[in-house]
Design a protein around this ligand. Structure first.
Ligand code: HAS
Length: 566
């Protein structure tokens, strides 16, 4: 018998016990390595985030922390890089190492490629950390030119991305081997959705790779006289927006493919779930100008086209809201729930893995609404560069993604360590405090930005123009930070307790895999075929970016010297 998310029985799995562990020993070690590094980065990033919240409320600890941390802006850069780029990317590649191999029921085709990816990513992270900690890369996580970081920062980040590509190739080799052995067989949903996410990532990171290799590094090394900031920003956001779907889609893999099982239900429609992932592959990339609505030099018509496409990519998330809720309903009803809403009470609220992920969904509903507001051109003019934007992304990457990853960790870490979850109660407390902490933090920051135009990325606690009218929202935000701090402490106590102090499990934990209500329904070829979606994605990128990139490169002026302004 195998055991479920927290060690309770869930029925027979295809391969259990010691043989399964032996089969996936490299994969499990890789996953553990990735998520271990991701969580360490997150711990440091969160600590610095707390300092930022305190500063906004007038408690400025930075002078006391020098020379370890020289300024708010150095801290903000470390916070953004570690939380938004490192925690996410490491967790995702580690998680996918498990989802792809377990879902295809075979280990990596070439484990050496998987290991190489891990080594390159880790070396990249170390190289990035040196200038970040040494205050020679205080350029914020968007590293807009002409701000100039130490070359090690750019090279390190490039290695992190290249390492993740190599990790992705190890999945593709495994997938091709599986396809060869299973001609004509439909790819299992969890593997397919993970692979689509990886391909999306590899397409979209071409933008930032081009920015670093052809613009920033040559300028830092003085091989070219300077940079063209607009071209740099455009290449950055070519990657920057689809990047958010690289953060979101692993959560969707779990919401569609795993959470229904944890809720005792089934995927409402697997065909629809497949369609959602293909739509993300098709639509995610040509949208970056919605981050550049206020940039001069991009004609309004192009901003309009990207605005329309942004509303297009919100559509698969709207589909997700309804289908995931319907999947949960099948679980609630299977557990005896009755009436319109009675099924909600019957959901497994005592299971922290489920509860954390459900709260992530609820928070994302609000983050999604603020995203759609951002995308609306004239509304964006009111909220751009205000605290509204961090309000938005703490509900998305900080909640939809991060809280889902916490929920996943509540079964994944027991699975990898072979030990029981340290404390179900503390883990539940973590989920609840994150829910309320983020509601307060998100609401406070959204309102502060919308009503008062309080700027983001600014030492609000020291600005001469800070207004007493801001105080209620700052206090709301600060109370949110307080709850989030408790939540983060609970998370790390549960994780460390599981690995270091928990009893050994007698049976291994299985990755939850939900069945589909429409398992017997026909899946049309186009939902199992990469070609039309990849062709469509490249065509749309060509249409959405081609002419503008051509023009920006043709008219590029490499005359702005890179600057260190701190
Ligand atoms: Fe965004 C800025 C538009 C989604 C992250 N975004 C950012 C930045 C970040 C970020 C980090 O158009 C700041 C970048 C910077 O530093 O400058 N965003 C959108 C839109 C969406 C969106 C339209 N963003 C995300 C996601 C992110 C993320 C996802 C990370 C993971 N965003 C923008 C724009 C800007 C922007 C502009 C630029 C702003 C500026 O001016 O600088 C959409 O994809 C959102 C669609 C989502 C929904 C919600 C669906 C709800 C679901 C949950 C259902 C709940 C259930 C629970 C089922 C429509 C799926 C049921 C419960 C029971 C109990 C049963």
């Amino acid at each position: 018998m195998s055991v479920g998310t927290l060690g309770q029985p869930v029925g027979l799995a295809p391969q259990t016990g010691a043989s399964a562990r032996a089969k996936y020993v490299v994969e499990d070690r890789l996953t553990a390595g990735y998520i271990g590094i991701g969580m360490t980065a997150l711990a440091v990033g969160i600590l610095i985030g707390i300092l930022q919240g305190l500063e906004h409320a007038g408690f400025n600890f930075y002078p006391m922390l020098a020379p370890a941390l020289k300024s708010y802006y150095q801290g903000l850069t470390i916070h953004g890089v570690l939380n938004a780029l490192v925690w996410t990317t490491f967790f995702i590649v580690g998680f996918f190492t498990m989802t792809v191999t377990r879902s295809l029921e075979r280990p990596l085709r070439y484990p050496a490629v998987g290991i190489a990816g891990f080594v390159v990513m880790t070396l990249g992270l170390i190289l990035t950390a040196i200038p970040l900690l040494g205050d020679t890369a205080t350029v914020l996580y968007t590293f807009y030119p002409p701000l100039m970081a130490d070359a090690k920062f750019y090279i390190g980040l490039t290695l992190v991305v290249v390492g993740s590509w190599i990790g992705g190739w190890s999945f593709y080799f495994t997938y091709w081997a599986w396809k060869k052995d299973n001609p004509g067989v439909k790819t299992p949903f969890i593997a397919l959705s993970s692979l689509i996410t990886m391909v999306l990532w590899q397409i979209c990171t071409i933008g930032v790779a081009a920015e670093i290799l052809f613009l920033l590094l040559p300028a830092v090394f003085n091989w070219i006289p300077g940079v063209d900031p607009l071209l740099g920003r455009t290449l950055f956001w070519f990657t920057g927006h689809p990047l958010v779907y690289f953060w979101l889609l692993p959560a969707y893999v779990s919401w569609y493919g795993m959470v229904p099982k944890q809720a005792g239900g089934k995927i409402f429609s697997e065909n629809l779930a497949r369609l959602v992932f293909w739509l993300f592959l098709l639509l995610s990339t040509p949208l970056g100008f919605h981050h550049q609505y206020t940039d001069p030099g991009i004609p309004a018509a192009w901003k309009f086209i990207h605005a329309v496409l942004t509303f297009g990519v919100a559509f698969p998330s709207l589909l997700t809201a309804f289908t995931v809720a319907a999947s949960l309903e099948t679980g609630g009803r299977a557990r005896g729930g009755k009436g319109w809403f009675g099924w909600i009470r019957k959901l497994p609220w005592g299971d922290p893995s489920f509860t954390a992920q459900n709260f992530a969904m609820i928070l994302f509903a609000f983050g999604g609404i603020s995203g759609i507001t951002n995308a609306s051109y004239n509304m964006n003019l009111a909220v751009h560069n205000t605290t509204w934007i961090p309000g938005h992304f703490h509900l998305t990457v900080g909640s939809a993604t991060t809280l889902t990853f916490f929920g996943i960790a509540y079964w994944l870490v027991p699975k990898l360590s072979g030990r029981r979850l340290f404390s179900r109660r503390l883990a539940l407390g973590q989920a609840w405090t994150w829910l309320f902490g983020m509601i307060l933090f998100g609401n406070g920051f959204h309102l502060l930005g919308l009503h008062f135009g309080a700027p983001r990325r600014t030492m609000l606690g020291s600005t001469p123009y800070a207004d007493a009218a801001w105080n209620p929202m700052i206090m709301e935000m600060l109370f949110g930070v307080f709850l989030l701090t408790i939540s983060a402490i609970l998370f790390f106590v549960v994780m460390l307790g599981t690995v270091l102090a928990s009893r050994k499990l007698r049976e291994p934990v299985e990755m939850p895999v939900a069945e589909a209500l429409d398992a017997d329904a026909h899946t049309p070829d186009w939902l199992n075929n990469w070609k039309p979606w990849l062709d469509g994605a490249f065509a749309l990128i060509l249409v959405g970016y081609g002419p503008m990139l051509f023009q920006l490169i043709r008219d590029m002026e490499l005359i702005w010297p890179m600057l260190r302004v701190w």
